[in-house]
Design a protein around this ligand. Structure first.
Ligand code: CA
Length: 219
């Protein structure tokens, strides 16, 4: 899950980024509306956490521009002011949710989980392929009926592969779902996650497409 954080308050951004990354989100951070628009056009994230008070254009303007461009990416607005007007303006501008600063990190995480569940592209919350069943609402996995624990990154990797079953997912796409910009990624990090998943799922479930990436066969 790739998240774009648009926040010019550096200490706050640092704290948010750290907390979100510890929850397995790949977090890319920019400090201006202009930079955000560039990223949204070139490297569309799965969701956006957007501060209203930005140094160049306001978060509300940015959001309106986004929606005018037909971009439907979920946006959670952050504002320093807990005003009803801002909340209404934010929701009118196309925000999916709204948090007034100061907020509790657990609150933001809870809101993100709700959006994540809504985002799940599968028609039901359960994706079942060959004895492997993944519940994307509860983030739980069953293999041949037995529940198996998954660390967050393995879960995200498996979810991406299962949601796109039958289609090869390139290394670049998978890494962008799992890691943030500038995050140190060992060259074999993806292989290590796949290795752990194979121990839980059996060797044949995730297929290596040499030189390209990985795929899970469609049902
Ligand atoms: Ca600000």
């Amino acid at each position: 899950m790739q998240l774009l954080l648009v926040e010019d308050d550096r200490p706050l951004a640092r704290g948010l980024k750290k907390a979100l990354m510890s929850q397995g989100f790949a977090v890319n951070h920019v400090e201006t509306g202009k930079a955000a628009l560039h990223v949204l056009a070139t490297e569309p994230p799965d969701l956006v956490v957007l501060d209203i008070g930005l140094p160049d254009i306001s978060g509300l303007e940015l959001l309106k521009t986004l929606r005018r461009q037909g971009r439907t990416v979920p946006v959670i607005l952050l504002t320093a002011r807990d005003s009803v007007d801002d909340k209404v303006a934010g929701l009118d501008s196309g925000a999916d949710d709204y948090l007034a600063k100061p907020f509790d990190m657990t609150e933001l995480l809870a809101r993100l989980r709700v959006i994540e569940r809504r985002l799940s592209t599968a028609p039901s919350n359960r994706i079942c392929i060959g004895g492997v069943s993944l519940d994307t609402a509860e983030q739980r996995l069953w293999v041949q009926g037995d529940e198996v624990e998954l660390p967050r990154r393995e879960y995200m990797l498996l979810k991406t592969l299962m949601e796109n079953a039958g289609r090869v997912q390139t290394r670049a796409v998978l890494e962008s779902r799992l890691y943030s910009w500038g995050e140190e990624i060992a060259s074999n990090a993806l292989e290590v996650h796949v290795h752990h998943l194979r121990k839980k799922l059996g060797n044949d479930f995730i297929r290596t497409i040499r030189g390209v990436g990985y795929k899970v066969a469609a049902q």
